[in-house]
Design a protein around this ligand. Structure first.
Ligand code: SAM
Length: 299
């Protein structure tokens, strides 16, 4: 651990900065700040950024990761919900910019809720649209934030996010595994998702009482859902996992309108109605939703 020569924030700097700003980390906003330069460098390195790439960072907080991203050559669009943190970040970055570097010019801070923000302000914020999502996410809203931003921003091509270890497992789980569920299936709509290493508790201030892990996402084309929208596929996923222990023919009876229609739609989509939702790939969910829409629209 420790302070970096390139202006990254170590334990002493994080505490001093928080104190000078009158910031007390709050649990409700998932405020666990990184104070370990090695971890920050590791995240930036693992993010596989191209120099000059625009990164979307959710929750820059006191700026630990933001400084690492700027040091790595990225343009950064940072969305922070906490007004005090959002207001303080440009000065923190200006203060720590090495001579001759253009960090302040490459940073745009937006005070907003990442769960609700639309694409327009994010696209307008930098010369080039964000192509990477890199963040130490607020753990309590990590999954909805990831799904919202990947849905809003088709420009995102890849990402690396730090989340609770259990959430990392769920996001990256393959069909048929114990942890495969709604987050895994929905994230798979947008991207190939893999785990990218564990992160120890002491690198955060305050240290969280859960383990943490990195998750990598690489965009891929969505599966063929015919005339079904992504929202319709996602509603099917929600229905299938609402009763995950049941066979799909009963779990989807309400969604389909009747048990008989659930069986007919599943069979027409090539999915055995006795399977459980937890075994379906995102491609199979898309095929079932496509068949349901085709059937209800009369072919
Ligand atoms: N990136 C900093 C770091 O690594 O030290 C802080 C990460 S901390 C885990 C999460 C940050 O997200 C906090 O700064 C918090 O205020 C912010 N945050 C929480 N909920 C948010 C939301 N809905 N939209 C945007 N930012 C949010």
């Amino acid at each position: 651990m420790g302070e970096s020569s390139s202006g990254l924030l170590g334990p002493a700097e994080i505490r001093a900065l928080a104190e000078s700003l009158g910031i007390r980390p709050t649990k409700s906003l998932g405020q666990n700040f990184l104070h370990d330069a090695n971890t920050i460098r590791r995240i930036v390195r693992t993010a596989d950024l191209v120099p000059g790439e625009t990164v979307l960072e959710v929750g820059p907080g006191l700026g630990s990761l933001t400084l690492g991203l700027l040091d790595g050559g990225a343009y950064v669009v940072a969305i922070e919900i906490d007004a005090a943190l959002s207001a303080a970040l440009p000065a923190t970055v200006a203060d720590r910019t090495p001579d001759g570097e253009d960090w302040p010019y490459r940073l745009t801070v937006i005070e907003a809720d990442a769960l609700a923000i639309a694409a327009a302000p994010l696209l307008a914020a930098s010369p080039y649209p964000p192509t990477a999502l890199v963040a130490n996410l607020p753990y309590n809203v990590a999954v909805p934030v990831v799904l919202h931003l990947w849905a809003q921003l088709p420009t995102l091509q890849h990402g690396l996010v730090l989340v609770q270890a259990e959430v990392a497992d769920r996001l990256a789980a393959p069909p048929g595994s114990r942890t495969y569920g709604v987050p895994s299936a929905k994230a798979a709509w947008f991207a190939a998702v893999t785990k990218a290493g564990a992160v120890a508790r002491p690198v955060f201030w305050p240290a969280p009482n859960v383990d943490s892990g990195l998750v990598r996402m690489v965009r891929r084309p969505p599966p063929d859902a015919g005339r079904a929208t992504r929202e319709q596929v996602f509603a099917l996923i929600d229905a299938a996992f609402a009763q995950r222990r049941k066979m799909l023919r009963s779990a989807l009876a309400g969604w389909a309108g009747s048990p008989a229609r659930a069986i007919a739609v599943l069979e027409a989509a090539g999915v055995d109605p006795t399977r459980r939702g937890e075994t379906l790939t995102i491609g199979e969910f898309a095929a079932v939703a496509a068949e349901s829409v085709r059937d209800s629209q009369g072919g």
